[in-house]
Design a protein. Structure first.
Lengths: 751, 159
């Protein structure tokens, strides 16, 4: 839909937007009172635990649960046999991932679950379940899985886009672009061809998945869980369990990080089924090892890039073939990687081809700008190598080729006003760019792009009799969104920020809300909040007009009050929101505003990152010396939390570039399912992360807001690799750049 | 096996509980006593989300048995504010936007308070190394470090 009010991009002046008020959930979160997924309990509650496959790939011949069921204190055991046929085949893979059918497809795949009076009894019960496995050949590497003779996970499931003769593990082929690659390459002074590899990394949220389920025999059910979208949980669980959506009420707990990884279900349908069978509430909490073995990491990738460049830095053609394995089911984000790979550039000839590949690994889940960081690593590394090879300034080369308003994007659309050029110019003028470097130190830059998203959104804004405001929204507050929603409501209504309280409503209280994904919340929920506030203002103007006995068109809302305006309005003192609220009962009843939309116009976002590193030539260890993020936020509603998104994304990218990797043995078993061996960045690894917020208003939002959460993880893989390559004097094309790998590259003079 | 009877002190209050021999202090705090401010992020002492103090020493509650708390003074996040008065670290964390999702926040606050109890004037580097055992995935640590240093400064000026 198009909102007429969204097209105004004139500079606006704000009273609340752009300030830094304290977040309303701050005290709960610094005192330990905030209730996260595992912090809820219910009377008579049982503890649920999952039995997981020790094999990378195995046929499940039979499961004998009789001994477990006979154990005192065990109240329910479930396997796949307890889940009936699905009404909606679209959830078949989700169910199969939650509870394996005839095959276990990866190390850690759930095969059975128990509910017992304590964790101790449940653990004993798991040991009594006898699963007869027939181990099958497995494959975990993306290129190995594409070999014609690779063990196939699913026969005959390939999409019609896959050419005949490819491995049965290739599920889909995607292609984007325009122009003539060969003609473009022939105009280049140099054509660079390289292969780049990245490993799978986990979102690494500190809170493991957790839920508390109660399901009654009459089909009514309640679920408490940590999720990025409780409406998605409701719809998915209802489909899997054959419930009516309206009978399942899901309440989102506070969420201890998600980054895309909590946009699907793992435990929730199992907990509901255990509750149904036992007739008791069932609580389930994953261990860290379960999180790493059985919830979504991101895809690993293998990417071939071919780019032609003229001596003066003009890119004449860009081609990439991207191969992503997304674990045991179709749906790796290779489509988005292929669309985003060259998105920052204005190219006459550009083409990307992506292959979605399955392997014996946990199904990937979205991870912050899913698919884009690996693609940017490949393309931004190649552009950097070409630029440096010609002795050109890497920022100048990017500016020369930068996409602008009117550019036809590599993935199809034509860009409206975008901020890439602003980030590049600001980066070039920043003191970081000209700061001196010491021995063994290097500097790298890279650009990144993300689409951003809007989606189904429903909010309700209610005016209380004493003139305060409650806002109900349906997306969990994952990093300060209660504050930004309250700010937008306060701005629009012309009242102080602390007069608004935002609550995250359960699924029984609002219409459908899309999961917290695509950096959508500040944009889409913010847009709906503003429109709901506008609806409430219209109603309040109507009430004032009624009191004054004038036409409602003769009343305007300004500075938190209804005021007469226009030639026939007459003289009336303004009526404040509180005054109108106080007499609402006498003027027609309670006052509320609501808004429902499938929000479009999210507005793409760009960033440029700059990083200095120092490489220890004796050990291959890398130290991050200085890091600056330049990103377009459209309009920063609460700048502190915008900076926080920039910093957090950059540091996750640093981890991806330097340390983090899923490591599989020859046996297909994950070797590092713990935070000791799967090492995310810690405080002593890092310097301060400097940020520069640029504001190129998004014409699709009343205040110009663009999503900021995801773009920040797109550039750092390449920026760090370009910096390390500069410092070490050797081009790194494979992540992570762990000390042994970097040391070997330095010693051999090549990666 | 019968349960173990433990008498201890938590946040200054006398507490008694029964626990199994294998229950960790974190299990006891969260599941027996309803003190869910301490979080379980890993259960292996690698994330620091369950940081508590035992006789003033910083400990991961997931690495200590509930039975071992007998006779000691345990400090958790629930004891950090005094009535409705937040500790300066708690206040600075809110002011600096040093939390996004907030799951690591209780553990980091307990660890940071332990740092300032030992060293009222830490450098940025000392702060970063002291907090290296507390994982945060949201913030990149920047605002956390600033909040701790700012709280330390205010506390020095107030004393």
């Amino acid at each position: 839909m198009a909102l007429d009010s969204k097209t105004d991009t004139k500079p606006q002046t704000f009273k609340v937007i752009g300030t830094r008020p304290l977040r309303p959930d701050g005290i709960d979160k610094v005192t330990g009172r905030a209730r996260f997924g595992a912090d809820m309990s219910a009377p008579g509650m049982l503890v649920g635990l999952v039995l997981r496959s020790p094999h990378a790939h195995a046929r499940i011949r039979s499961i004998d649960t009789s001994a477990a069921e006979a154990l005192t204190g065990v109240h329910a055991v479930v396997t796949r046999a307890d889940f009936g046929p699905l009404r909606d085949e679209g959830t078949a893979d989700v169910l199969d991932n939650c509870m394996a059918g005839d095959k276990a497809l990866y190390d850690g795949h759930a095969v059975a679950a128990v509910a017992a009076t304590s964790g101790k009894v449940a653990r004993q019960a798991l040991k009594l379940i006898k699963v007869d496995y027939q181990p099958l050949p497995h494959v975990t590497d993306v290129d190995a899985a594409m070999a014609p003779d690779a063990p196939a996970l699913h026969e005959g499931r390939a999409d019609e886009t896959v050419p005949a003769g490819m491995s049965g593990n290739v599920m889909a082929r995607h292609e984007f672009g325009h122009g003539d690659i060969d003609a473009g390459l022939s105009q280049a002074d140099r054509v660079l061809e390289r292969t780049y590899r990245t490993e799978a990394t986990h979102q690494g949220y500190i809170e493991p998945h957790a839920c508390l389920a109660t399901m009654n025999s009459d089909g009514q059910a309640d679920l408490w869980c940590c999720t990025q979208g409780h409406y998605m949980v409701r719809n998915t669980c209802a489909a899997i369990l054959g419930l009516e959506q309206g009978q399942l009420r899901v309440t989102a707990s506070e969420i201890g990080g998600g980054f895309g990884g909590k946009t699907t279900v793992f435990l929730e349908p199992v907990a509901l089924k255990l509750s149904q069978k036992s007739g008791r509430p069932v609580k389930m909490v994953m261990s860290r090892a379960e999180v790493l073995r059985a919830t979504g990491p991101t895809a690993s990738s293998s990417i071939d890039v071919r780019i032609g460049m003229t001596r003066d830095g003009r890119i004449t053609a860009g081609f990439a073939e991207l191969r992503y394995q997304g674990g045991a089911y179709p749906g790796s984000p290779v489509d988005m990687g292929s669309m985003s790979a060259f998105a920052p550039y204005d190219l006459e000839n550009v083409r990307t081809v992506g292959f979605d590949v399955v392997t014996n690994r946990p199904k990937q889940a979205a991870y912050r700008a899913p698919g884009a960081p690996m693609a940017a690593f490949a393309v931004e590394s190649a552009i950097d190598e070409l630029a440096r090879g010609f002795g050109l300034d890497p920022l100048e080369v990017r500016l020369k080729n930068a996409a602008r308003e009117g550019t036809r994007a590599s993935y199809g659309p034509t860009y409206p006003a975008i901020g890439l050029e602003a980030t590049l110019r600001t980066a070039k003028d920043h003191p970081h760019w000209s700061a001196p470097l010491g021995p063994n130190q290097g500097r790298g830059v890279a650009c990144g792009f993300w689409f951003n998203f809007g989606g189904d959104t429903c909010v309700s804004l209610n005016i209380t009799p004493d003139g305060t405001v409650t806002l109900s929204e349906g997306n969990p507050d994952i990093g300060g969104s209660r504050a930004s929603m309250s700010m937008m409501a306060a701005e629009e209504l012309g009242i102080p920020y602390d007069r608004v309280r935002t609550v995250i409503a359960d699924t029984g209280s609002l219409g459908q809300n899309e999961v917290t994904d695509g950096s959508r919340v500040t944009f889409a929920v913010g847009l709906a909040t503003i429109e709901a506030a506008r609806a409430a203002k219209r109603e309040m103007c109507k009430r004032a007009a009624q009191v004054w006995g004038i036409d409602e068109d003769a009343v305007i809302w300004e500075d938190g009050a209804a005021r007469p305006a226009g030639p026939n309005a007459g003289q009336h003192p303004p009526m404040s929101l509180a005054e109108i609220a106080a007499i609402a009962s006498n003027t027609g009843g309670p006052i509320a505003g609501h808004f429902e939309v499938n929000a479009e116009g999210a507005g793409v976002s760009f960033a440029t990152h700059m990083v200095d590193t120092e490489v220890d030539p004796d050990t291959g260890a890398v130290k991050i010396l200085r890091y600056t993020v330049f990103q377009d936020a459209g309009k920063a509603v609460h700048p502190s939390y915008v900076e926080g998104q920039f910093q957090g994304g950059a540091v996750q990218g640093i981890g991806w570039a330097l340390n983090e990797a899923y490591i599989y043995g020859e046996d297909g078993i994950l070797q590092n399912p713990g935070f000791l061996d799967y090492r995310i960045p810690v405080a002593s690894d890092l310097p301060m992360i400097d940020t520069v917020i640029l504001e190129i208003p998004n014409p699709g939002h009343p205040y110009g807001v663009r999503g900021v959460g995801e773009t920040s993880i797109v550039p750092p893989l390449a920026a760090v690799a370009n910096s390390v390559s500069d410092a070490a004097g050797v081009r790194m094309t494979s992540l992570p750049m762990s000390p042994p790998k970097l040391l070997a590259a330095i010693q051999s003079g090549t990666s | 096996m019968s349960k173990i009877h433990v008498t201890t002190t938590i946040n200054g209050d006398p507490v008694e509980y029964l626990c199994d021999a294998e229950d960790t202090l974190l299990d006891v705090l969260r599941d027996h006593l309803g003190l869910t401010g301490s979080k379980e992020g890993c259960g292996t002492g690698d994330c620091g989300a369950c940081s508590v103090t035992v006789d003033g020493r910083l400990v991961c509650a997931c690495l200590m048995l509930g039975a071992e708390a007998a006779g000691h003074e345990i400090g958790t996040i629930e004891g950090m504010a005094k009535g409705d008065q937040l500790h300066p670290l708690q206040q600075k964390f809110i002011e600096h936007a040093a939390l996004q999702c907030g799951i690591c926040t209780p553990g980091i606050l307990v660890a940071a308070k332990s740092l300032l109890d030992h060293n009222p004037d830490p450098s940025e580097e000392e702060t970063r190394y002291w907090l290296a055992g507390n994982l945060c995935r949201c913030t990149g640590y920047d605002k956390i470090i600033r909040a701790v240093l700012d709280a330390a400064k205010d506390m020095r000026e107030a004393s």
